[in-house]
Design a protein around this ligand. Sequence first.
Ligand SMILES: C[S@@+](CC[C@H](N)C(=O)[O-])C[C@H]1O[C@@H](n2cnc3c(N)ncnc32)[C@H](O)[C@@H]1O
Length: 229
Amino acid sequence: MSDDTSEQLKKFTFSSKYTYQGQIQEETLEVIIPELLQASYSFYTWPSAPVLAWFLWEHRKELSGLKILEIGSGTALPGIVAAKCGAKVTLSDSATLPKSLAHTKRCCQLNNLNVNQDIRVIGFTWGLFLNNLALIGPLDLILGSDCFYEPSVFEDILATISYLFESNPAAKFLCTYQERSSDWSIEHLLSKWNLKCQLHNINNLGQSAGVNIHDLIGDHSIHLLEISR
Ligand SMILES: C[S@@+](CC[C@H](N)C(=O)[O-])C[C@H]1O[C@@H](n2cnc3c(N)ncnc32)[C@H](O)[C@@H]1O
């Protein structure tokens, strides 16, 4: 980690066109994310995040009132989009990273989301089942963007998700996975933790707004997974 933590603001625009009474209408959401490019990985928006955020935007009519937890939020683009679409969102990042959690709060504030009123931000470390789990409350959906970034964390994440599913059996874990090595896989862990996984097609995301999702993710290979019990 370097000391150069100059902030840059990145704007993400989500839109979609539809026809109402014969007229073409457009709905738009702008999210501003502050990034500290020279800092650690939780201060930067990874290519997986706009993919998950676009999926949520395109399903925004189903989000209103849902209780959502985002894990490993970092700059929290997906969680912020969900909150802007009417979901009750709790963002989280490792409890051992207070600066990351402070940055997550700043991301909320820059998007006019009042922390503790419109959205919550909590320390929640994968694999550590502390009493802050009670804070989270019931859940409909868990989000995770680029949390499977290296194999040493894979099992902690899936054990945590499996644990959360025990009290929320109908919940789903919607996550984006960036393929960094063809040797890495979560398949054996899904079976060990009794989890099912479904792959969503991401190729058409953004199409109604004239956005090509592959322009946002570049050469990266990103998958959108829905994990459930
Ligand atoms: C690759 S970054 C992804 C950040 C963000 N979700 C995105 O896609 O832009 C991984 C995130 O996981 C968080 N993280 C790493 N280890 C963690 C742990 N043991 N418990 C909770 N969060 C953790 C990091 O702080 C970081 O925010």
